[in-house]
Design a protein around this ligand. Structure first.
Ligand code: NDP
Ligand code: HSE
Length: 335
């Protein structure tokens, strides 16, 4: 077997703790999949003493994420801390400059600093892997980057936020108030550390930007998307839609128009029961990609939560373990 892939892990919250747990408990199976052992060698969190359902106490704890990223004994940095700027960005920069591949679930950081981070990736020949950044358990990044690489994409649309979909479904199906549904989503680990990112539509916009950059043009920016969230939707609105045989969903869409410009939007929509997105319920997400020659392709799956997000992070780690030796440039190449 090849030498171990040595992992530096930042964040042991909802996602990070589950990734660490699986890397320990499923070590044999995952290493067999990867073709080499996968080893966490050091980690960073704010609080080294918090109980997390996973015991990394025998490994070095590093207070500073950037210091962890710079360690010579790691091959890849797995950033599961969050935040568009600050320590997450600093650690990502340090890792890429030191030619360490980066795995991240941080769509806020990617949406804001894509050009900067991919310039570093290109310059230093270090890959950025970000399957977990969009729709957690749905492998949509792989589908756009690899499965549909030979297609001309015309439209990407769907439900991209588990928290909002959970809230809207809970209000419709169980008649509970917005604030109570949001609390449930937070307790289940679906919401962002700052849940206003979810309910005001920004998390959806961050994901739409990542998809639009992948599917259309890396130069597309967040400022091009009008964003409206679900904050003002009341139980009465949701119940009235239900009585009319409809469902309210937070829908994201990006379309390439005939003149080569893009029409993009994040907004709540009242959908007929027959609409394919209407039955997508709870933390589930759905994405439809219209493209030629494939025509249309829809992916549905869990869009938030520890297990589904860990699934995506592990896929990226395994990809790097398998192909690291072949990498001569960034694994992601823009269209
Ligand atoms: P959590 O808030 O549960 O966990 C964040 C972790 O980062 C905690 O362990 C925290 O440490 C650590 N952390 C925060 N600041 C620092 C710092 N300055 N130095 C070191 N460690 C720090 O977040 P999630 O696990 O929910 O999310 C992590 C990332 O994954 C985010 O980018 C999020 O957007 C993304 N994501 C989340 C999904 C989900 O369903 N939750 C789905 C897809 C993506 P401590 O525990 O000590 O406070
Ligand atoms: N807060 C996000 C959501 C996590 O609810 O969809 C998954 O990206």
């Amino acid at each position: 077997m090849r030498r171990p892939l040595r992992i530096g892990l930042i964040g042991l919250g909802v996602v990070g703790a589950e990734v660490a747990r699986l890397l320990l408990v499923e070590q044999k199976t995952l290493s067999a999949q990867a073709g080499r052992p996968l080893e966490i060698v050091a980690y960073s969190t704010r609080d080294p003493h918090k109980q997390r359902g996973v015991d990394l106490s025998k490994l070095p704890w590093v207070a500073s994420p950037a210091e962890l990223a710079a360690r010579e004994d790691i091959d890849i940095l797995v950033e599961l801390m969050g935040g568009a700027d600050g320590p997450a960005l600093e650690a990502a920069e340090v890792a890429l400059k030191a030619r360490k591949h980066l795995v991240t679930a941080n769509k806020a950081m990617l949406a804001k600093h894509w050009a900067h981070l991919f310039a570093l990736s290109k310059k230093h020949h270090a890959a950025i892997m970000f399957e977990a950044s969009v729709c957690a358990g749905i492998p949509v990044v792989k589908v756009l980057r690899e499965g549909l690489a030979g297609n001309r994409i015309s439209r990407i649309s769907g439900i991209l936020n588990g928290t909002c979909n959970y809230i809207l479904s809970a209000m419709a199906e169980r008649g509970i108030e917005f604030a109570d549904a949001l609390k449930e989503a937070q307790n289940l680990g679906y919401a962002e550390a700052d849940p206003t990112l979810d309910i005001d539509g920004w998390d959806t916009a961050h994901k739409l930007i990542v998809l639009a950059k992948l599917g259309f043009d890396p130069a597309i920016t967040l400022e091009q998307i009008p964003v409206k969230g679900i904050r003002d939707i009341t139980l009465a609105d949701v119940q009235a839609a239900k009585v009319a045989g409809k469902a309210i969903r937070l829908v994201a869409s990006a379309e390439k128009k005939a003149d080569g410009t893009y029409a993009m939007e994040v907004a709540p929509k009242v959908l007929d029961a027959a609409h394919p997105l209407a039955p997508v319920s709870g933390p589930m997400n759905a994405i439809t990609i219209d493209a030629q020659p494939v025509q249309s392709c829809t992916l549905i799956g869990p869009g938030a939560g520890a297990g589904p997000t860990a699934s995506a992070v592990l896929a990226d780690i395994i990809d790097l373990a398998r192909f690291d030796i072949l990498l001569e440039g960034p694994l992601y190449l823009p269209r």
